[in-house]
Design a protein around this ligand. Structure first.
Ligand code: ARG
Length: 576
């Protein structure tokens, strides 16, 4: 059975088409009413349609209303405000939806009827450099978007666009050949490569001959010198091992990892094509794309070839787009990076428009703000170094362990550590996903690990608490025996049910706007509704019919919490 909101949407769209046969009804959607007083769902789409056609919105709402037949689903439909329609769902329809899910059906969402192919470019750290906070945010955010889209039935390709090419390799090669500390390389490859880079950087500031040597090493690498290629490949392989350790720990995986160097053979032909089509022009020896027609980009032409003939980050990204379109024919390409790259993506999207105007792929730059320390400055260690994710996760688990040990003194240390790992990792991820991604947020251990408040540990405990009801009542078999009949009586029960039914809408909103924070807030509200329900409604001690119904509602809540946390990339435990 499709979710109630979908059923309403379909009928609403039919009614709109009956009134306005040429309307594009794809945007005629229903959303949960912000205030339950006004109904369960509402649509504001009619106002948009009326505006575009210079119709009276309330009249349009009345005309659509007259064609709507929702008597099986709605108790009442009202025209409200400037042209909203509010829908009050029948209790029986809610019950039927809950019973269908309780009998093992999907949790109030429907796999997309038109699955999209979505390429997600995220994480994308740079070889020979530690991942910085921006890469970590990209990894966490990108992974949760990939998981959400997959759950909704879309085809997702996750592509890690590693920075494995560029001028930094000149200095790295000089460092590797002259100053390499083999033991240090073994112990911490990226740390050693960072040291080499910084060292040669310093040396070349003092001595132009070193800079010249670096330039020559780079040229040799670009010309395919065996020795340099070998070292370069080793740098990539060593970095990849360290990146993989992090991904493993985070539970993140990529379908493909195609670094920037993969696109090298395509760069020159691409520049020629852009010049040939008159999209790029010569300017002071370089090849440039101007955007006279785009006010925000007028002052920011895109460089696609430097005056020394070298292609750059922009050229590589354009070649990458072409490759992705050929390989996966995506409907959508999503790039997850920090906000400092906004101009870059505006430029490549604008070049793409000129270059491949016929393509109808949706391009999205999903950008995010910075993480700040409690002092309000960029998040760094006390000595000013960038923070290493491994240290961060170790500290998170260490801090969580204190609470876990207090709460569960009888568990073995290994069990306590496993719980602490799940809490620490969840807390770090959740604190990254919860804020509106475009605003900066302050990193706070106390806040993210708090057991009360909008945190991962709070939700993980909420889940484990529900599971403990089942253990305490010893209900496994009895719940499986007969699918429960759901009874909705107490107001807290009704409120919880309404919330559960909205899970699918929230997932879709996350996928549509690339905002996992919608889901975080939803799960937090759900856990709150559950608490109110559990405080006011007897479950294990209720009369048999009511007990079975309430257990089913508990189980549905646990399933939604688990699935919701799962698409955020956060694990749950049966017992904490
Ligand atoms: N490696 C880049 C950086 O660290 C991020 C790459 C993002 N993806 C892309 N297709 N440009 O800044």
């Amino acid at each position: 059975m499709p979710p109630i909101n979908k059923l309403i949407e379909l009928r609403l769209q039919e009614a709109v088409l009956a009134v306005l046969p040429d309307a594009d009804v794809a945007s005629v959607l229903v959303r949960p009413c912000p205030d339950p007083k006004f109904g369960d769902y509402q649509t504001n789409a009619l106002m948009g349609l009326a505006k575009a056609r210079k119709l009276n919105p309330r009249q349009l709402a009345a005309d659509v209303f007259a064609r709507l037949n929702l008597t099986d689903l709605c108790e009442r439909v009202e025209i409200a405000g400037a042209g909203f329609l509010n829908f009050h769902i029948k209790r029986q329809a809610q019950v039927a939806a809950l019973e269908a899910a309780a009998a093992g059906g999907p949790l109030f969402f429907e796999p997309a009827d038109k699955p999209r192919t979505v390429v997600i470019d995220f994480s994308s750290p740079n070889v020979a450099k530690a991942m910085h906070v921006g890469h970590i945010r990209s990894t966490i955010l990108g992974d949760s978007l990939a998981r959400t889209l997959r759950l909704l039935g879309h085809r997702v390709v996750t592509d890690n666009h590693i920075g494995d090419w560029g001028t930094q390799f000149g200095k790295l090669l000089v460092g590797w050949k002259l100053h390499l500390d083999a033991a240090a390389l073994k112990a911490d490859p990226i740390g050693e490569m960072e040291r080499l880079y910084k060292l040669v950087n310093r040396l070349s500031e003092a001595d132009p001959a070193v800079l010249e040597e670096a330039r020559q090493e780079l040229v040799r690498l670009q010309r395919g010198d065996e020795e340099n290629l070998r070292i370069w490949r080793e740098m990539i392989a060593l970095s990849q091992v360290q990146f993989d350790t992090i991904y493993e720990r985070l539970g993140v995986r990529f379908d493909v990892t195609l670094g920037e160097s993969f696109y090298n053979p395509r760069l020159q032909p691409l520049v020629q094509e852009l010049v040939g089509k008159g999209i790029a022009v010569e300017s002071e020896g370089a090849k440039v794309v101007f955007f006279e027609e785009i006010p925000t980009l007028k002052a920011h032409p895109a460089l696609v070839q430097k005056s020394d003939g070298a292609a750059n980050y922009t050229t590589t990204d354009l070649a990458t787009m072409a490759h992705r379109l050929e390989t996966w024919k995506p409907d959508e390409i999503v790039y997850v990076t920090d906000g400092r790259q906004q101009l870059h993506f505006q430029q490549i999207f604008a070049v793409f428009q000129k270059w491949r105007s016929g393509e109808k792929v949706r391009l999205a730059h999903v950008w995010f703000g910075s993480i700040l320390g409690e002092d309000g400055k960029p998040f760094k260690t006390r000595s000013g170094e960038t923070i290493k994710l491994t240290d961060l996760l170790d500290e998170a688990a260490e801090r969580a362990l204190k609470t876990v040990a207090e709460k569960n003194p009888t568990l073995t240390e290994a069990e306590q550590r496993e719980i602490a790992r799940v809490i620490g990792l969840g807390a770090v991820k959740y604190s990254d996903l919860l804020p509106n991604r475009q605003s900066d947020y302050v990193f706070s251990w106390d806040k993210m690990l708090a057991l009360n408040g909008n945190t991962a540990p709070y939700l993980q405990y909420a889940y484990a608490r529900i599971r403990s009801i089942f253990r305490k009542g010893n209900v496994g078999a009895e719940a499986e025996a007969a699918p429960a009949r759901i009874l909705l009586d107490a107001p807290q029960e009704v409120a919880l049910a309404r919330r559960l039914l909205n899970f699918g809408i929230i997932l879709e909103a996350v996928a549509e706007e690339y905002r996992p924070n919608f889901l975080c807030n939803y799960l937090y509200d759900l856990a709150g509704d559950f608490t109110a329900f559990y405080e006011n409604c007897q479950v294990l001690k209720a009369e048999p019919e009511s007990r079975a119904s309430r257990l089913a509602i508990c189980d549905l809540t646990a399933r939604v919490l688990k699935q919701g946390l799962d698409v955020l990339g956060i694990e749950t435990l049966e017992q904490m």
